[in-house]
Design a protein around this ligand. Structure first.
Ligand SMILES: *Cc1c(COP(=O)(O)O)cnc(C)c1O
Length: 408
């Protein structure tokens, strides 16, 4: 394990906030790095490598085909581009200009999020439907089939469904309703791993395309992702991502690309800027195999054990700090430690980020006075340092004001 600090005066941070892109994502296993290092030393036909990747991705997801992308966000753009252009080379050439072609993508209003931009990048216009009653607490109803039926029109090209443990219940209804109109469903499952069963779950449910981040729980390169699904949509996505500086007389297309359906050879497409290197493809494939074979229960049990030790070491840290072990935090699939910080969660998070070494905890519930310690990207040999940093940061907190209510 490399214990040297990064060069260029950059601090090595302890990331207990999860596989966040802005902190460099997952920590890669030596086997993944070996595969990347080897790939760096040979030349390959990227299309052939992607075709081999397709077989591996199909084997672990149950999909007809799949490609390695430069992240889940890129996969979302490519999935949208595939639904917009299919095999039409003129449409591929026109994107992101969608004038004169169907370009509407349906989404439930409750699924809108900051990755919407990845859908719009392809040239699609998002039409959101349904109410947000559960989100606002105004009521109990979610998106219903009749609302999808009413929104579909000749301009509709796809439905994008953002999967998470609370949205998933509506997926069968959405797939059945959207398929009845002959349209595809794209499932954004970027962060829905573990459990590893989710690799197959969305394809099994009938999704036409599903995407996962390679740099989150899979443990692949940070700039990698997976797009899996129906063969003709994957082929369209692939040809729109490939470098197409090819000679029309000598081009040998991947078998994923249906040349009889193409009336010409596409130019560089909308996805050319999302190119994925041979190193990332090799690394992702090794990481994916390791992830697909991993014993999730044993992995979670080990993380749980580490959190129990850390919680014990923190028990006397400060009267303002209370810890609670959350065995299966919804949305992460791994155990986490919730730190309730009486009136000073923001001060504690700030102190940790400016400590030596800097430490990051999850801030998703900061407004409720809670920081979360997610061990997924914490090296085991950093546990003791993480605890020390927390003790130091807690000691630096100002005393609780007497008017502050005790934590529940
Ligand atoms: C993380 C995430 C993405 C983007 O994944 P990258 O691999 O970082 O591009 C997209 N959608 C959702 C829901 C995510 O959580």
């Amino acid at each position: 394990m490399n214990t040297r600090p990064p060069p260029w005066g950059v601090a090595r941070r302890i990331n207990a906030a999860g596989t966040l892109t802005r902190l460099g994502g997952s920590l890669m296993a030596p086997e993944v790095l070996d595969a990347m290092r080897e790939a760096a030393g040979y030349s390959v036909d990227i299309a052939q490598l992607q075709t081999a990747a397709s077989e591996r991705i199909a084997a672990v997801t149950g999909a007809q085909a799949g490609i390695v992308t430069s992240g889940a966000s890129a996969a979302l753009t490519l999935a949208t581009a595939a639904c917009l252009a299919r095999w039409d080379v003129a449409r591929m050439a026109a994107l992101p200009d969608t004038s004169g072609m169907p370009n509407q993508v349906l989404m439930a209003r409750t699924h809108r999020n900051s990755y919407d931009h990845a859908i719009r990048v392809a040239g699609a216009r998002i039409v959101d439907i349904g109410h947000n009653d559960r989100g606002t607490g105004a009521g109990i109803r979610g998106l219903e089939a009749w609302e999808i039926d009413a929104a579909v029109n000749p301009q509709t090209v796809a439905f994008v469904f953002v999967a998470n443990p609370s949205s998933i219940g509506a997926l069968p209804m959405v797939i059945a309703t959207v398929h009845a109109h002959g349209l595809p469903v794209i499932v954004d499952a970027a962060a829905q791993l573990p459990p590893r069963e989710n690799l197959r779950r969305f394809i099994d449910a009938g999704a036409d395309l599903v995407l996962f981040s390679g740099g989150k729980a899979i443990g692949g390169p940070q700039s990698s992702g997976i797009l899996a699904g129906r063969r003709e949509l994957i082929g369209s996505a692939l040809v729109q991502m490939m470098d197409m500086d090819v000679h029309p007389q000598t081009w040998s297309a991947s078998p994923l690309i249906d040349r009889t359906a193409l009336r010409g050879i596409p130019h560089h497409g909308i996805g050319r800027g999302f190119k994925v290197g041979k190193e990332e493809i090799a690394g992702l494939l090794v990481a994916l195999d390791r992830f697909a074979q991993r014993d999730d229960a044993a992995y979670a049990a080990r993380l749980h054990q580490r959190l129990v030790s850390m919680a014990a070491a923190l028990s006397a840290a400060s009267p303002r700090l209370q810890t609670r072990l959350e065995p299966e935090t919804p949305g992460t699939g791994v155990p986490t430690l919730a730190l309730h910080v009486d009136g000073a969660a923001d001060a504690l998070s700030r102190a940790l980020q400016h400590g030596d070494p800097p430490v990051h905890l999850g801030e998703g519930r900061l407004d409720a006075g809670i920081l979360t310690l997610n061990p997924q990207t914490v090296r085991e040999d950093d546990d003791a340092t993480l605890v020390r940093c927390l003790l130091v940061a807690c000691a630096s907190l100002p005393p609780a004001s007497p008017t502050t209510a005790p934590p529940p």
